[in-house]
Ligand binder design. Structure first.
Ligand code: PHE
Length: 345
């Protein structure tokens, strides 16, 4: 019969060869049964050790404990690698796991406001539509009833990608009105958020690109009262129940009549301050009843249908909501600025 020392060495060799040669997927469990379970080889050595004389105990105690640790370490390693290798090759991330929430990121303030605007109009039954940022003259200008010599068609005002045929970066989201009516017969009730471009000198109040949300509602018997009530509802939801709204007569080639929409200044509550230029009012959108020529140009019969449209600036609304006083902050990607919107909404 081998003595304890020899048996410890033997079992150690067995453990090592088991680990080296095992390829089976259930190897960890097999290993546990063979060595670490109550009836396993390591446990058997411990039983024997308990009955050994004090001399032997002194001599082999340490080696036996080391053997147990070795076996446990192998077992741990084996079962961990089995779990990992069940489906995924070593060294590769498990793409089936949910993405951990990133506590350091948040939506851009313009997106926060865009989603809030969408939410409010969706509650009224508007859906969201999209259109191209690189547009042709017809959809950006001609179909919208812009006369030949309108200043917005000048090189100084619009970024032309090509001249003849005129391809340009859209100057507003109103192009999507046309594209939508071309593909869909009324009723149309949509909002169309997106980026627009104008050839402007960059300052605290203007940029060569910004964002708008266009709105269009075309159906039988849509009236100016519908426009007023819709935007009144929007303003109160967006800016609070005490917000006042006014419609100021204005002009756009594609709406008749047209109105600019002002809300009572959120900063001074209408008393007059720098933001509202001491008028107590801030403009947030252009609007009006869709011009019959625009309906005709998009294949909609103006005898049967009427509609209203509006276009609001997302930057302007975001600045009002959060008290931001410089438009350039939105595109500088400075995390010290962006991070401040982490816990809004
Ligand atoms: N497109 C106009 C602008 O960019 C806004 C507008 C949209 C006005 C729809 C009336 C109707 O200024």
């Amino acid at each position: 019969m081998l003595n304890l020392d020899e048996r410890i060495k033997l079992i150690e060799a067995e453990i090592k060869s088991f680990v080296e040669s095992s390829t089976s997927t259930a190897a960890a469990e097999e290993f546990r049964l063979k060595f670490l379970s109550k009836k396993g080889a390591v446990s058997a050595l411990f039983d024997e050790f308990r009955n050994a004389g004090p001399e032997e105990k002194k001599q082999y105690g340490k080696a036996l404990n080391q053997l147990k640790q070795l076996a446990e370490a192998f077992y741990k390693e084996k079962s961990a690698s089995e779990q990992n290798s069940a489906a995924i090759p070593a060294g590769q991330p498990d793409l089936s796991l949910p993405v951990p929430p990133d506590p350091t990121g948040n939506l851009h303030p313009l997106n926060l406001i865009k989603y809030r605007i969408i939410e409010i109009f969706e509650q009224l039954g508007f859906n969201v539509e999209d259109g191209p940022e690189v547009e042709d003259d017809w959809h950006n200008f001609s179909a919208l009833n812009f006369p030949e010599n309108h200043p917005a068609r000048e090189m100084q005002d619009t970024f032309f990608v090509e001249k003849n045929p005129d391809i340009l970066l859209r100057t507003h989201t109103s192009n999507v009105q046309i594209r939508l009516m071309e593909k869909q017969k009324p009723p149309v009730r949509s909002i169309m958020p997106g980026r627009v471009y104008r050839n402007e000198a960059i300052s605290a109040r203007a940029h060569c690109f910004f964002h708008q949300v266009e709105g269009l509602y075309v159906d039988k018997k849509v009236s100016f009262a519908d426009l007023k009530q819709t935007l009144y509802h929007f303003a109160r939801k967006m800016f609070g129940p005490d917000t006042k709204i006014r419609f100021r007569p204005s002009f756009f080639p594609f709406t008749e009549p047209s109105a600019e929409i002002d809300i009572s200044c959120l900063i001074c509550k209408g008393k007059g301050c720098n933001v509202c230029k001491h008028s107590g009012w801030v403009e947030i959108a252009g609007s009006g009843m869709v011009h019959p020529n625009v309906l005709k140009n998009s294949g909609v019969d103006p005898e049967q249908f009427t509609g209203f449209a509006f276009g609001m600036g997302i930057e302007r609304i975001t600045m009002l909501c959060f008290g931001v006083n410089d438009l350039r902050l939105f595109s500088e990607n400075d995390v010290r600025f962006l991070r401040q919107f982490r816990s809004v909404f």
